[in-house]
Design a protein around this ligand. Structure first.
Ligand code: COI
Length: 353
């Protein structure tokens, strides 16, 4: 894939230094990838200096939220070799989200080519501490100008990258079971990675955060009984030594980490179940110690144990609040990503830097 490397971007890279302390998504590399879609076709990908966008106030994304994104990471191993973790899954999910949001798809060459070029130019800014990485956000926004509500015909594709540390500041999280708001309804867009799903979750997040919780657990919008996900993270519970997670549906984002956890657990001899989880049953399983641990997982969150689940005023504390099986799976995943051990075929995508 031919990518237009703008000379100003090479200049910007020369004067950039990686800060000593990295938080999640705060520091951005000084370059980004950009392409525009017009007249039914994608224009060339460009590597340009990171900067603000020139957007008309009537661009459809600003009014109707027609946008999608991905979250993916590049890692550097102890020999200085660089790799991506399961990038084809991000590519496939990006196009899945594009179809759901009436946006144009991109080719594999275009998506992976853009990511590879950005990573190749930013190889010196990939942090190597455990749990650190170069977190990347490919995204597409509707740029067509006009206030009519119809799918746009002009779009912008961008990839930005952030050398990042852990998503959570603490080792485990306190979760609040949301009984008032819901995240996604059947037939809606809950399984697409689009900003509206996150925007709609923020009010509950704000209220629950003020009460001292780190995450909101969403229940299904129809019966308000079954666990769905956490907005940005999928949910797992260890019940009688076996691993349970809700089955995928059009109200749950198909996490790539979720899929990786299921595969690794099976390889470790742990029985896995993709089954509906009744939140009331789960509460008593925690009370009686049958559910020994639970955790959230996602690209950003990796795998983070849950300390407690709170329903109204009732607190359900997990027997293993720091996780046991969660940490075994997490260590296995981090070792594969750091190429300290072999993972399942096709998970590591090496990049020639
Ligand atoms: C990711 O894990 O990449 C996400 O996009 C989730 C977000 C909460 C950071």
């Amino acid at each position: 894939m031919k990518i237009n490397i703008k000379p100003e971007s090479l200049k910007a890279l020369k004067s950039f230094n990686l800060p000593e302390k990295l938080e999640f998504g705060k520091c951005l590399v000084p370059v980004m990838i950009k392409a525009e879609f017009k007249n039914g076709t994608w224009g060339e990908l460009e590597l340009i200096p990171y900067g603000t966008l020139d957007l008309d106030p009537c661009s459809k994304v600003l009014h109707y939220g027609q946008e999608i994104f991905e979250g993916m990471k590049a890692y550097k191993n102890s020999q200085g070799e660089v790799n991506l973790f399961r990038p084809l899954e991000n590519f496939k999910r990006f196009n899945f989200s594009a179809r759901r949001m009436a946006m144009p798809e991109v080719s594999q060459e275009f998506f992976i080519g853009g990511i590879e070029t950005l990573v190749q130019h930013c190889k010196d800014f990939i942090p190597t501490q455990e749990g650190h990485s170069l977190y990347m956000r490919p995204m597409m926004i509707a740029t067509e100008v006009g206030l009519g509500i119809k799918p746009a015909e002009e779009f912008m594709f961008l990839i930005v990258a952030s050398p990042s540390g852990s998503y959570f500041k603490q080792d485990n999280v306190k979760v609040f079971i949301e009984r008032n708001f819901t995240r996604a309804a059947p037939g809606g867009m809950g399984s697409a990675k689009t900003g509206g799903n996150y925007a709609g979750s923020l009010i509950a997040d704000k209220i629950n955060r003020e009460k001292g919780f780190h995450q909101t657990m969403w229940l299904d919008a129809v019966s308000r009984t079954y666990v769905e996900e956490m907005s940005g993270m999928n949910f797992f519970a260890v019940i009688n030594g076996e691993l349970y997670t809700p089955p995928l549906s059009n109200t749950i984002l198909a996490g790539i980490t979720r899929d990786s956890v299921l595969t690794l657990a099976k390889n470790m001899g742990i029985k896995t179940h993709e089954e509906k989880i009744n939140v009331n049953t789960l509460r008593s399983q925690i009370r009686f110690g049958e559910c020994s641990e639970a955790f959230v997982c996602g690209t950003a969150a990796i795998i983070t144990p849950i300390e407690s689940l709170t329903d109204g005023n009732e607190v359900y504390e997990l027997k293993n609040p720091k996780g046991r099986i969660a940490l075994e799976i997490k260590n296995q995943m981090l070792s594969i990503q750091a190429q300290k051990c072999e993972g399942p075929a096709g998970w590591i995508h090496k990049i020639n830097c």
